[in-house]
Design a binder for this molecule. Structure first.
Ligand SMILES: Cc1cc2nc3c(=O)[nH]c(=O)nc-3n(C[C@H](O)[C@H](O)[C@H](O)COP(=O)(O)O)c2cc1C
Length: 203
């Protein structure tokens, strides 16, 4: 298989999306990719964070994860983005990071990458698909090749979101099926990126 670089870039306030990101990183690694797991910078005021113990705790627990830089996208052959749903949209922290990628975009350095996204929301119908589709708008602008999980593995018939791995946070931490969906999504991304790389090298 062609060596594939995967950037898993995410925002998480209280840990759900972090757990999905870790599972995606694991799935990509097991599929043979070199992986960068990166959180985006927290932008919320300290006062808001301190008012929510789960948020403050997660910031401490994830202190050792490196912050994402635009260069991580330049390096990657494939990009997996993760975000909580915020009123049916991606979190502003992830958007703020994406809005630092203009210089790479202007040089055409974001084109041709395999792209995929995952999310968490508090309720089952709280906007998971709209959040993932909103991230797709950015992928289109980059000239990305969007690779969703679809129903390409038996686990997808259990977890049921073909747009991207999605967790209902009100149910607690992501369970094994959801984590397996994230691993599967990442595996599919790696396999597609490897096939593309091999095809481009042969062209
Ligand atoms: C400002 C704000 C807006 C939110 N909007 C939604 C929403 O539209 N639908 C929903 O189901 N949950 C919504 N939530 C809940 C989050 O999506 C949920 O807490 C998150 O997915 C948990 O992920 P995390 O643990 O990685 O932070 C919202 C939370 C906040 C703070």
């Amino acid at each position: 298989m062609e060596p594939v670089n995967v950037a898993v870039i995410y925002y998480s306030a209280t840990g759900s999306v972090h757990a999905l990101a870790q599972a995606a990183a694991e799935g990509a690694q097991k599929a043979g990719a070199t992986v960068r797991l990166r959180k985006v910078r927290e932008l919320a005021p300290q006062q808001a964070i301190e008012a929510n113990p789960a948020w403050a705790r997660h910031i401490q627990d994830s202190a050792d994860i490196t912050e994402a830089a635009p260069e991580d996208l330049g390096w990657a052959d494939a990009v997996l983005l993760g975000t909580p749903t915020r009123f049916g949209n991606p979190a502003s922290q992830l958007r703020a990071f994406l809005e630092t990628t203009g210089p790479l975009w202007a040089q055409g350095l974001l084109a041709g990458k395999v792209c995929s996204a995952f999310t968490a929301s508090n309720t089952a119908h709280g906007g998971q698909e709209s959040t993932i589709l909103a991230l797709s708008n950015t992928f289109y602008h980059w000239g990305g090749i969007i690779v969703p999980p679809g129903y390409t593995d038996p686990v997808q018939f259990k977890t049921g979101n073909p747009y991207g791995t999605s967790h209902v946070a009100a149910l607690g931490a992501p369970g094994e099926d959801t984590l397996e969906s994230a691993r599967h999504q990442a595996r599919r991304v790696v396999e597609t990126a490897a096939a593309l790389k091999a095809g481009r090298a042969a062209a």
